[in-house]
Design a protein around this ligand. Structure first.
Ligand code: NCC
Length: 276
């Protein structure tokens, strides 16, 4: 399916996807009001150098996986949206270093987001679907979900917790590579939080182990490991180009097919370990 070799694909991702967080100097965020909200320290300074990292998808197939200990043995763990750890430690571990949330959650589920202690652990990053290759001012005027006020409210109540806004240019740089490496036309919607999180961790870590993004033998149409809701679109994708993301990740996997089947585990190199 993919057109490039795994090595070339890794180089394309490394060289063309610019993973940055919104900074105090970025266009509309340059106001004195925004200066007090955006974190002063960069994400890489906040996390430091990371060796082995784990990305934990929210898939239902994590249920009964007993992967918790293995996941927690990593130097850093990334989780998504409202995925809980309490009550699910045996399957998903308990460490949360980074939580990547979408702007829909921060806006539509604002009350829970501001109240639930789940979000108070680790570093938060929020992202919002921006128009295709939109310039930052255009996106700021017309975000998919207007999460900025909720972000500020969270920052006021948790000023010590690092909380970043993902620069939206990343999502379309990544989407272009997904499209170029697929034979079909992909829906013009941004990649899922899962795919964005994988690439964020590849910029921070030497090695990235991804759990249940590619489904194991436990594959199920239960959407999340923490809910009873069934929908096979959660795994295959509807809005997000999930199937294409999964094909790309499979193509770059440096682990074994056996690890995918038994652990739902894929191993990717960090960009610093990629030689082009
Ligand atoms: O479901 P969601 O994703 O929070 O899952 C996080 C990431 O895990 C991977 N995943 C999830 C379930 C599954 N069966 N297989 C998987 O591979 C995906 O990579 C997914 O990105 C999102 O991407 O942000 C998403 O968010 C939810 C929802 O907004 C949040 O959970 C907050 O409530 C979206 N669901 C809905 O809008 C109903 C989902 O489409 C995408």
């Amino acid at each position: 399916n993919a057109k490039l070799s795994p090595e070339k694909l890794l180089c394309q991702l490394r060289d063309r996807v610019n993973v940055t967080m919104i900074q105090r100097s970025d266009g509309p965020f340059g106001t004195s009001e925004w200066q007090q909200y955006l974190p002063g320290k960069s994400l890489s300074d906040t996390v430091g150098h990371l060796g082995r990292c784990a990305v934990v998808s929210s898939a239902g197939s994590l249920k009964s996986s007993r992967l918790g200990q293995e996941i927690d043995s990593h130097d850093a763990v990334l989780r998504f949206n409202g995925a809980p750890v309490r009550g699910f430690q045996d399957d998903v571990g308990q460490k949360t270093t980074i939580r990547l949330v979408n702007s829909q959650l921060v806006t539509v589920e604002e009350q829970q987001f501001l109240r639930e202690s789940l979000y108070n652990t680790g570093i938060l990053i929020v992202w919002d679907p921006a128009p295709y290759h939109a310039e930052i001012h255009e996106w700021y005027r017309k975000p998919d979900y207007n999460f900025f006020e909720s972000y500020k409210a969270y920052r006021r109540t948790h000023p010590e917790q690092p909380f970043y806004i993902l620069n939206p240019k990343m999502q379309w740089q990544l989407w272009d590579i997904l499209q170029e490496n697929s034979l079909e036309h992909i829906q013009p919607n941004p990649p899922s939080s899962g795919m964005l999180g994988i690439v964020i961790m590849m910029t921070l870590c030497d090695q990235v182990d991804v759990y249940e993004f590619l489904p194991s033998k436990r594959q199920t149409d239960i959407c999340h490991y923490y809910q009873k809701f069934h929908d096979h679109a959660c795994t295959m994708g509807a809005y997000h180009p999930l199937l294409f993301e999964k094909n790309l990740v499979k193509h770059m996997n440096q682990g074994t097919d056996e690890d995918i089947y038994t652990h739902g585990k894929v191993t990717l190199p960090g960009f610093q370990k990629v030689h082009c």
